[in-house]
Design a protein around this ligand. Sequence first.
Ligand SMILES: Nc1nc2c(ncn2[C@@H]2O[C@H](COP(=O)(O)OP(=O)(O)OP(=O)(O)O)[C@@H](O)[C@H]2O)c(=O)[nH]1
Length: 548
Amino acid sequence: MKRPKLKKASKRVSCSKRYKIQKKVREHNRKLRKEAKKKGVSKRPKKDLGVPSSAPFKEEILREAEQRRQQIEEEKQRKRQAKKAERAQKRKKEKEPASKETEPKVKRVRQDVDTEKQTAPDKNSKQYLCSELNKVIDASDVVIEVLDARDPLGYRCPQLEEAVLQREGNKKLLLVLNKIDLVPKENVERWIQCLQQEFPVVAFKASTQIKDKTVQAKKSRIVASNEVLDKSRGAACFGNSLLTELLTSLAASKQSETSLRVGVVGFPNVGKSSLINSLKGVLACNAGVKRGITKSMQEVHILKNVKLMDSPGVIASLSNPPASMALRSLQVEEGQESVLEAVRTLLKQCDKTQIMLQYTVPDFRNSLEFLSLFAKKRGYLQKGGIPNTEQAATAFLADWTGAKMSYHCKPQENRSLPAYMSDAVIAEMKSGWDLDQLQKGNKETLKGIKFPNQASSISIISKGPTAGLLNVSDISEDKPGAAATETVAEQNDENNEPEQTTKEENEMVEPEKQKEPLKKQPGRVQFQSVPIDISLSTDAYDFNTDFK
Ligand SMILES: Nc1nc2c(ncn2[C@@H]2O[C@H](COP(=O)(O)OP(=O)(O)OP(=O)(O)O)[C@@H](O)[C@H]2O)c(=O)[nH]1
């Protein structure tokens, strides 16, 4: 309403108009909220709590998360590309006059895609892993066989060594004794002496805490003050400078324009990828507690003239003894052997007292009882507080193949040379290396490491070298040999031993007796009979007596 003596019009409006406006605003806000809810945007975005510092395997979890994020991103990118291509094709089709000739073309393209899909190799198949390993051996000038210092002989593969020696190109074979930080010092020294009778040996401790550049940058800000503390643990690497120097001088002596190609081979989880990462100083290859992470050949330039090649682990033959298979094969990961069975086999190898001291558990009668105690100790519990023995078994196995458990075995005295080794071969393998430098370098390496003492390390007896499959054709024909069947029979006998006489105990062992491979069946719940002892003690109620 205009007031006669004032310039400005009044802002006063009628109540009905005001209420109408207010109502409109309310409706508009409600609509906005509704839409946001539909899109999944809540008022307050949930805070990411992150991984607590006290969590075990924090590094692995972070790396996994990073990888998953990358995977999702890649998947999105792929979908976007596919949609783009589809749209482009649609547009093209619309433009082109619809003729009969175009139809068979589209069909042919579709057929090509289908056949490509069919011929794409299954990266998890043994054949693929084997062919990738062969590719690495073929492409190498030097082959580094990585051995786990806890059982160096057990991690040697005669078939692999023979293949390297027989292939064309005068390939050199170098042994790297990795994970020396998990073995008593005297033991490492004796093994170096023993192994260098055949091949040059480098003692090594890989860094187990190399991170992605992104994670590294984030963490360096936080951990800067703790660097000394960090170095004494897994982050430190020993033997890397010696190995780099040796490879550099060999590359220089080669006087070739191409770089020296070094294949890194060995059984799963010996630390091949960790070794490459340690030499490179960044996370170039995926490494982790899980066995069989590396599936394909991967090239990494560590220097201008030296190139390392990561390879999948050697496939262990079924003819090996079960103890070797439990530590060196991928049977558990492939679901061909239950993890409980693998643990049972390993426990049989060890002195019970040492296990009790190492894991701080009380006396146990069999592997299942041990796993129950271990699960309770680590807090691996199911609903109702039932110990999760499967999880405990997985953790136990990871300790033994991964970066934690200290165990050792003594070198065999007077071990005869394998058939493929001769004095001439030994001399050939040692030529070209600076052996004095090697010896001095190894001594230097051993000086820097904090070794476990004999008392805190479990002693086992090595089952000898592990047979591996190097030919793709051998894989389908591979069957359990005498060594494997003998030990299985031995185990069966032990199962029937009167030592485990109590009914209760026999029942506990029963699920483990199943020798049939356990195949994971997705989407199906497997029920196992649980022994319940309902027999009552002496004061059972007698229904024949009238107690009134
Ligand atoms: N304590 C200790 N642990 C190590 C050392 N080297 C490797 N590891 C650990 O051993 C485990 C296996 O290491 P990887 O480098 O993934 O082994 P890999 O041979 O590449 O394994 P695959 O990819 O399965 O063939 C990881 O948990 C590493 O942290 C070492 O020198 N000392």
